[in-house]
Design a protein around this ligand. Structure first.
Ligand SMILES: Nc1nc2c(ncn2[C@@H]2O[C@H](COP(=O)(O)OP(=O)(O)OP(=O)(O)O)[C@@H](O)[C@H]2O)c(=O)[nH]1
Ligand SMILES: [Mg+2]
Length: 421
């Protein structure tokens, strides 16, 4: 095999060179364009062609024409015999006058035979594909089986827990429950059985979790006076949206007499927003600018079943703002004060918020934006630490839909969301 590279200005030029040198049997191995550069400036492109030929073919190039001899007059003579050979001479070779060959009918391609051959080949290909698919299915099934077996296999002795307890323990850690909280929970819930595998571990866990995760239950209306429900919490936590969800639910779905008092006069837009909502849902709205106005606002709502009170979101680290809030809440005497916090807030900040809002006697924790996180272990950490009951979870901006009553079973579902153990 002889291999050679040719560089030419065009493919045509290169092919002519190859044909000339290597003959017609040469094969093209590779072609590529070479940019011609002059001082770094691109000029006209050249073509580099790598060709190869069998050495024998080069030595004895295939001749397309036989040398013309008398014994082999060649194509030319066959046509022009009478013109270059004197047939009158005695030693003249006998030449048959050229006659056009009998015309053969042109064979039409037998199209019907081609698909038959292709169909057989196609069938074979399809069979091969089917076989491949079957093999792939087997492989996938095998992988899934192995994964399932690994997931189901009891994990030996994780921090002293075995069997399902160890799996639960790892799930808690993965959902970002603090190690010490997870350990305490599993230890207390598993009781004396910590070294035994318990097939009912998860059920037992959910059931017993209510001791560690208190929930407030639904709003309990009062017989003789409106239930006053205040929402406090850091800026943008979702106080107004959550208030609107609950107000709309109580008014439209439960047919209760509902009023809203807003003390969020910090931003003009906030007043406009809640006014528009109250008009749409046809709820009585009172706007209060100072704690002195609270009493008359409450009197105006005296016949209602529930009064929802919105407050301005201010930084809990600003003492002046917190003092203003305390003055409002003290004038209000709410039955329920829900501290609204985003589930996306980290543990240490949640704890800081709760500590700073203690001054307004928070008696409910309300977690918003569960739709924005896949790790809700922070909620368990904080609730387990402060033991304030949880009232609601919200999981979207849609009013009144994206809210649910806090329940232990539902919370555990949120907790396992995104956990792979
Ligand atoms: N994804 C998501 N967004 C929410 C949820 N609840 C509220 N929001 C959004 O969070 C933003 C702030 O909500 P607001 O209700 O205005 O919060 P706020 O606590 O009243 O805010 P301030 O009054 O300014 O302190 C808005 O864009 C809401 O639509 C929730 O559960 N999930
Ligand atoms: Mg607000």
């Amino acid at each position: 095999m002889r291999i050679k590279k040719y560089i030419a200005n065009s493919m045509r030029e290169a092919l002519l060179q190859i044909k000339d040198e290597l003959g017609e049997d040469a094969i093209i191995l590779k072609t590529r364009k070479l940019p011609k550069k002059v001082f770094g400036i691109a000029g006209q492109e050249e073509i580099e062609v790598t060709a190869a030929v069998d050495e024998d073919a080069v030595k004895t190039p295939k001749q397309s024409f036989q040398p013309i001899t008398l014994s082999n007059p060649g194509l030319y003579n066959r046509h022009r015999t009478s013109a270059i050979v004197d047939t009158t001479k005695a030693n003249a070779p006998s030449v048959r006058p050229w006659k056009p060959q009998e015309m053969q009918p042109i064979r039409q391609p037998r199209f019907n035979t081609v698909p038959v051959q292709d169909a057989a080949a196609k069938d074979q290909q399809i069979d091969e594909l089917k076989q491949n698919v079957r093999e792939l299915k087997d492989i996938v099934a095998e992988i899934l089986k192995k994964e399932k077996a690994t997931a189901a296999a009891p994990v030996a002795n994780v921090n002293g827990f075995t069997g399902e307890w160890s799996i639960l323990y790892r799930k808690l850690l993965e959902s970002e429950v603090k190690q010490k909280v997870a350990y305490k929970l599993i230890k207390e819930i598993s009781g004396t059985d910590i070294l035994l595998a318990d097939t009912q571990a998860e059920k037992k866990f959910v059931h017993a979790l209510s001791d560690f995760f208190p929930v407030a239950g639904p709003l309990k209306l009062k017989k003789k006076a409106p239930l006053i429900v205040a929402f406090v919490g850091p800026t943008g936590a979702g106080k107004t949206t959550t208030l609107a969800k609950l107000a709309a639910h109580c008014c439209v779905n439960k047919q209760k007499r509902v009023s809203i008092i807003t003390a969020d006069t910090y931003r003009i837009a906030a007043i406009e927003q809640i006014k528009m909502f109250a008009e749409i849902v046809k709820i009585n709205l009172q706007v209060v600018f100072s704690p002195d106005e609270i009493q008359s606002a409450l009197t105006a709502c005296a016949q209602d079943d529930i009064v929802f009170v919105d407050t301005a979101g201010r930084s809990q680290r600003n003492k002046e703002h917190m003092d203003e809030l305390v003055a409002f809440v003290n004038a209000l005497h709410p039955d329920e004060t829900h501290l609204v916090m985003s589930a996306t807030t980290k543990d240490s900040d949640l704890l800081d918020i709760i500590n700073r809002y203690k001054c307004v006697n928070v008696n409910r924790l309300l977690f918003t934006k569960l739709d924005e996180t896949v790790r809700t272990g922070n909620i368990l950490n904080i609730v387990n630490e402060c033991r304030i009951p949880v009232s609601y979870f919200t999981f979207g901006q849609s009013v009144p839909d994206d809210i649910e009553l806090a329940q232990t079973t539902r919370f555990v579902q949120h907790l396992w969301e995104g956990v792979r153990v």
